[in-house]
Design a protein around this ligand. Structure first.
Ligand code: C2E
Ligand code: CA
Ligand code: CA
Length: 239
């Protein structure tokens, strides 16, 4: 789970769930290696079901130990998004764990919205009806149009981290990041900059009035227990 912070107040507002596969020897396999393989079969569906249930369970545990009520974002592969199973899983998990669905945010990449726009809209509307918020991941790198922001029920834009990486070196990337922030703010959407690695990047994002930041400069992805410690340490300081 990687913290997402409100840029102004530096309060944690949410986390993004990022999968890790632990080998028997304790080392980890990155999702970039196993997700594309899982996507080639129905394994991706089983994996996503497991993930969503795991997140709901984790939310109950964090609530039980009185952590602030964070929003948990999770990634859904475009291939699984188009599968009817995703809606059933969301309904079922939210019901089974009696989670406030507003605590969940689904991250989709632009390609999930492209082919068969009508079908995509139907699924998005159903996800909204269940009560989740919807984020467009890696925004700015794909082909979605501005009219998507108007016609789809979207709550959040995540600026593609390539543009954040190039904020100080490429005026074009900086212009794209600034534009995405301005567009998001104009449409009343949350805007998240991810991959923030330096104080200078943070200052530029602040200058452009970006709402939420995520990246190694703020916090690395960490286990659920480490996240609880991280939040308490920030609230209370060293024991
Ligand atoms: P993503 O959704 O764009 O996730 C952001 C990636 O950036 C994560 O890599 C994260 O660990 C990394 N990151 C965070 N802060 C920084 C930073 O400051 N600098 C840099 N350079 N990178 C940073 P990770 O965890 O290896 O995940 C890679 C991709 O794998 C994700 O990209 C996402 O597309 C996919 N993925 C991860 N978990 C899941 C999952 O549960 N389901 C699906 N379908 N895909 C997942
Ligand atoms: Ca993501
Ligand atoms: Ca991303």
């Amino acid at each position: 789970y990687q913290p997402q912070l409100d840029l102004r107040g530096r309060q944690i507002v949410g986390v993004e769930a990022l999968l890790r596969w632990r080998r028997a020897n304790g080392s980890y396999i990155a999702p970039g290696e196993f997700i594309p393989i899982a996507e080639q079969s129905t394994l991706i569906i089983t994996l996503s079901q497991w993930l969503i249930n795991q997140i709901c369970r984790q939310i109950l545990i964090w609530d039980h130990i009185k952590l602030p009520p964070l929003r948990v974002a999770f990634n859904v592969a475009a291939r699984h998004f188009r599968h009817a199973q995703i809606l059933a899983t969301l309904h079922e998990s939210v019901g089974r764990y009696a989670i406030d669905p507003a605590r969940l945010c689904i991250e989709l990449t632009e390609d999930a919205l492209l082919d068969d726009a009508a079908h995509a809209r139907t699924i998005l509307e159903e996800i909204k009806r269940i009560g989740l918020s919807i984020s467009i991941d890696d925004f700015g790198a794909g082909y979605s149009s501005l009219s998507h922001l108007r016609s789809y029920p979207i709550d959040e834009l995540k600026i593609d981290q390539r543009f954040i990486a190039e904020l100080t070196t490429d005026p074009g990337s900086r212009a794209i990041a600034a534009s995405v922030i301005a567009i998001g703010n104009t449409f009343g959407l949350r805007v998240v900059a991810e991959g923030v690695e330096t104080a200078v990047q943070l200052a530029i994002l602040s200058e452009h009035d970006c709402g939420i930041v995520q990246g190694y400069h703020l916090a690395n992805p960490m286990s659920a227990n480490a996240l609880a410690d991280w939040i308490r340490y920030r609230q209370e300081g060293p024991a």
